[in-house]
Design a binder for this molecule. Structure first.
Ligand code: C5P
Length: 222
């Protein structure tokens, strides 16, 4: 690792969770720490890529070598930032855990208790950033993540096809792996089959992932 296999290429990486506001003091979020995405961004920079890191709300320092960092909060903001950064980019690696839903209305004031009555939140589906990019005729090489608690392979293969991706990195969440954990284990799926990247630190796994992405990118895009 370290050969400049992505030299001259523009790579966009998204990382972290998204937060969807309910009112001025509350939100719906998820447990993504951003560590996997930040490690991927750092690894891509180490092999020569010009990296734009689009980060959800995380408390992580920008890794060395990153050309640009854009901080966002909601899925809609992440979509806008990723679409702007991906224009002319060669590779997009979507490591962010984008919220699937947001509150249909954001209250302008802090919601109050309802005297024991249930409070109902109506949720609207968020835009799918990867699927939006995949639908474009000129698009970067697209790498998705599938973090699942069960049936990992089936969901990953389904996402690869349904979203029209070039590669997907699947991982099981739980048991000391995945969200909020230091270690991870991935299986990469693409048209050429499956590659297992066994349990390791996110730094090590990110390097292996980036090496595989570079290989595959060169094979299909030169
Ligand atoms: O959430 P899901 O498991 O479908 O995520 C699979 C991939 O799609 C991830 O790479 C994630 O970043 C991406 N995604 C997205 N926009 C969404 C939901 C997920 O780009 N609204």
């Amino acid at each position: 690792f370290g050969a400049q296999v992505l030299r001259g290429l523009k790579v966009v990486v998204s990382a972290g969770p998204t937060y969807e506001d309910i009112d001025p003091v509350r939100f719906i979020g998820n447990r993504s720490s951003g560590r996997m995405g930040f490690a991927v961004a750092e690894a891509a920079a180490q092999v020569g890529a010009e990296v734009t890191l689009v980060a959800g709300p995380v408390s992580m320092a920008t890794p060395p070598g990153i050309a640009r960092r854009v901080d966002v909060r909601s899925a809609a903001q992440m979509r806008d930032a990723v679409m702007a950064a991906s224009n002319g980019a060669d590779i997009y690696i979507a490591a962010a855990a984008v919220g699937d839903y947001r509150p249909a209305e954001v209250a302008g004031h802090k919601l109050k208790k309802q005297d024991g009555a249930p409070l109902e939140l109506r949720l609207t589906e968020n835009p799918d950033i990867l699927a939006t990019l995949a639908a474009q005729t000129v698009r970067p090489f697209l790498v998705g993540f599938a973090a699942e608690t069960h049936d990992v392979e089936r969901y990953a293969q389904d996402k690869l096809k349904r979203k029209g991706l070039d590669m997907i990195a699947a991982n099981q969440v739980g048991g000391g792996l995945g969200f909020e954990a230091a270690d991870n284990a991935l299986t990469l799926y693409g048209p050429e089959g499956a590659i297992d990247l066994p349990r390791a630190s996110k730094t090590e796994l990110a390097r292996q992932l980036v090496a595989r992405v570079a290989e595959r990118y060169r094979a299909v895009r030169g």
